[in-house]
Design a protein around this ligand. Structure first.
Ligand code: PEP
Ligand code: MG
Length: 325
């Protein structure tokens, strides 16, 4: 099996009936890029920038950030790199920001909420990203977007920083795609409206599942409710993908679900364009996808959306793909 996977390293990701998708990797630091290339990743679908901010006692400077973003873009040699702006809060704390303790950190002051209030921090990151943009194919996405107002405000700040750099005669790319993570149910439900204003969606199932099922992703006692295959989750995923396609935009997924062998047939059938996963899952996923037919997976996904429980969905997928997985 390993030999078969190795052969797929520089192959495109395509179903048995010729439908192309993109297989990308999640990374946390520039050092992770080597593994992406080794495993035949076609893009970085999620660069979690939190690690730049963690394990230290003050904010990273614009220069430090610029160097990290530039390194990733250069190493990817023109392949897309989706960088997520700071997603701190929830389970990831930054002691030096001195934020008050909250009753429900996952429902609290985190990610873009914090960035829109502590704008100095946000603007520094955006400047570093914009300056790095000329070294590769940069895409920027905002985490934890719950309303269009948040997206518009974050985008306006980005455009302000871009204008300032141009004024300072610092080169900035003119083709940076700007997207959002869909990880809050309100945003999934409103995806048809968001799709008119964003360039792409990336579905963050780790959080989308926790918020849809109201089950803390860190809490063992409610982990039985953490159900990626619940038809409610599949229906939200479908809404997001369909809304994007209606506006000619693309949808990726960067939560754990994107690399899951049981989910992949369903996600192919639902029309997901980009799958972002840990690098080590890319070749197994490419191999699995090469044996699936889009036409059949579309039927499978349609049936899955009509199931009653997560267990019913799993049983359905197992039956339909028995000879492949
Ligand atoms: C997600 O929520 O699915 C996601 C990819 O982001 P994180 O796991 O960093 O919250
Ligand atoms: Mg998340």
């Amino acid at each position: 099996q390993r030999a078969e996977w190795a052969k797929l390293r520089s192959e495109p990701s395509v179903t048995a009936d010729g439908h192309h998708v993109e297989l990308a990797a999640n990374i946390g630091t520039p050092n992770d890029v080597a593994g992406v290339i080794d495993n035949g990743g076609e893009a970085v679908g999620l660069y979690r920038t939190e690690f730049l901010y963690m394990g230290r006692d003050k904010l990273p400077t614009e220069k430090e950030q610029f160097n990290a973003y530039k390194a990733v873009l250069e190493k990817m040699e023109g392949k897309p790199v989706v960088v997520r702006t700071l997603d701190i809060g929830g389970d990831k704390e930054l002691p030096y920001l001195d934020l008050p303790k909250e009753m429900n950190p996952f429902l609290g002051f985190r990610a873009v909420r914090l960035c829109l209030e502590q704008q100095d921090l946000f603007r520094t990151q955006l400047r570093a990203l914009l300056r790095a943009s000329v070294y590769g194919n940069l895409r920027i996405m905002f985490p934890m977007i719950a309303t269009l107002d948040e997206f518009r405000e974050a985008k306006a700040i980005l455009l302000e920083e871009k204008a300032k750099l141009i004024e300072e005669q610092i080169p900035v790319s003119d083709s940076i795609q700007l997207g959002i993570m869909v990880e809050i149910p309100s945003t999934a439900v409103m995806a048809d409206q968001f799709a008119k204003e964003v360039d792409f969606f990336s579905i963050g199932t780790n959080d989308l599942i926790q918020y849809t099922m109201a089950a803390d992703r860190m809490n063992e006692r409610v982990s039985y409710l953490y159900q990626p295959y619940n038809p409610a989750i599949l229906r939200l995923v479908q809404m997001v993908i369909d809304a994007a396609h209606k506006e000619g935009k693309w949808t990726g997924m960067c939560g754990e679900m994107a690399g899951d062998a049981t989910a992949i047939p369903l996600l192919i059938g639902l029309g997901l364009d980009e799958f972002s996963m840990s690098a080590s899952s890319i070749l197994p996923a490419r191999s699995q996808i090469s044996k699936l037919s889009l036409a059949e997976m579309k039927k499978l996904a349609a049936e899955a959306l009509q199931q009653r429980t997560a267990a019913d969905v799993v049983a359905l997928v197992k039956r339909a793909t028995e000879d492949q997985v």
